[in-house]
Design a protein around this ligand. Sequence first.
Ligand code: 5GP
Length: 120
Amino acid sequence: ANANSGAPTIFDKIIAKEIPSSIVYEDDKVLAFRDINPQAPVHVLVIPKFRDGLTELRKAELRHVEILGQLLHAAKIVAEIEGILDGFRVVINNGPAACQSVYHLHLHVLGGRQMKWPAG
Ligand code: 5GP
């Protein structure tokens, strides 16, 4: 398996910049860009550039611990950039029953409005 094993998704094209996205933050390991169908005034997706089998959190293994930490840290940086440090939500949908639609691990960073619990 190569570093991106798992079926290709639209996010591979976004990483390769073959399709455009509104990038909020990028470093060598992670990319953060605005969700095309925002559910809040701020709705940013944070993804690993190298999926390495990490199609979803439930597939995470010990070798993914470092990138998982980097993704969470990038979520905080995104919240800082977007000015929502006073209140924001980080969501990971896992599997069909949670409405995961893209099988390349991604964190949703949501904010800029009052969030409800557990959904909405
Ligand atoms: P999931 O439902 O898998 O947790 O979230 C996938 C998210 O990716 C959805 O919120 C959807 O709006 C977003 N998305 C799907 N395709 C694209 C795209 O081509 N560009 C961007 N920016 N977001 C996308």
